[in-house]
Design a protein. Structure first.
Length: 305
């Protein structure tokens, strides 16, 4: 399973995710897999590291006093960094492994200001997202950053939403977000996220001095965390596997299940991604499987019971 999760991690940070965050979290928790990110060997260094967020599944066990925090939605798209030098857009990178990413400056200039009224060198971080009304919206957002056709990229319904800035910090996180708005960015605290995919809530200390004093672990800031909903799966039986051809011509397996009610929907089919996923979960016809509705929409098998 660790090999599969390493492949899933690599695919995510290359911009072509093969499983959802919910599935990744469920499988990682089940196997104790803790690797964060994927080492990019052919990229460009971020001026400031892009850290992941510590996860919390119970607000009563929050690592911070949420009364001291700013609460914002955790958008589910593709994280990127934007570097400005002397007020000019100089470099845009995918998150990669948080230290090194791939150059996507040619694309991001269509989504962010190319000039800002600020002379210091700063790195703006945020999320490229696509509407949740589009099937596999996160995959669309991530995959669009790999496009070579600029005309096609400009046709995609993408938005960049800024959520942080490094290289210059105001007294409070609220003021930092306000400054980003002044620069012309859409920001996470005011962006209308109603029709965009989300996978949790972010809590961040508003006091910038306290945030800086807490510092960082090797993976995440101590002054922020993501509250994520632990999805409860439903157990049913795997009856059959069908193979379907997608619009891109890729053949993928689909699980045929004993119909089961998940939330308010009766589920009888679920994605299986590829043959490697089936093998890693040791799935066989007639076995019991746990199914979740990823993002409350797409049914997915997360383990064999």
């Amino acid at each position: 399973m660790s090999k599969f999760l390493e492949n899933a991690s690599r695919a995510y940070y290359e911009g072509n995710p093969i499983i959802s965050d919910a599935e990744y979290d469920a499988l990682a928790d089940q196997t104790g897999f803790e690797r964060v990110g994927y080492q990019v060997t052919d990229g460009v260094p971020h001026k400031h590291p892009m850290y992941s967020l510590q996860k919390c599944f119970d607000i009563n066990e929050a690592p911070l006093d949420i009364r001291d925090c700013v609460e914002t939605p955790k958008l589910d798209g593709a994280a990127v960094s934007i570097l400005y030098v002397a007020g000019q857009l100089a470099l845009a990178l995918t998150r990669g492994d948080g230290k090194v990413g791939r150059d996507i400056t040619d694309k991001m200039r269509y989504l962010v200001p190319t000039e800002i009224d600020f002379t210091s060198t700063i790195q703006v971080t945020g999320e490229v997202v696509a509407p949740s009304t589009i099937e596999n919206s996160r995959n669309l957002a991530s995959g669009s950053l790999n496009l070579k056709d600029m005309d096609e990229f400009q046709k995609r319904p993408l938005q960049f939403v800024a959520y942080d800035m490094a290289g210059y910090m105001r007294d409070s996180y609220t003021e930092t977000l306000g400054l980003l708005q002044d620069f012309g960015f859409q920001t996470i605290d005011t962006f209308d996220h109603t029709n965009y995919p989300k996978d949790g809530i972010v809590y961040r200390l508003d006091d910038s001095i306290k945030f800086r004093e807490l510092g960082y672990t090797s993976n995440h800031p101590r002054g922020a965390f993501a509250l994520k909903e632990q999805q409860d799966g439903v157990v049913t039986t795997l009856l059959d596997v069908e193979w379907q051809v997608g619009k891109s011509g890729v053949v993928s397996p689909v699980a045929i299940l004993e119909p089961v009610l998940i939330g308010d929907a009766m589920v009888s089919r679920a994605t299986l991604h590829n043959i490697e996923y089936i093998q890693e979960l040791h799935l066989e016809l007639g076995c019991s499987v746990e199914v979740i509705r990823s993002g409350e929409i797409i049914p997915r098998i997360v383990r064999r019971c």
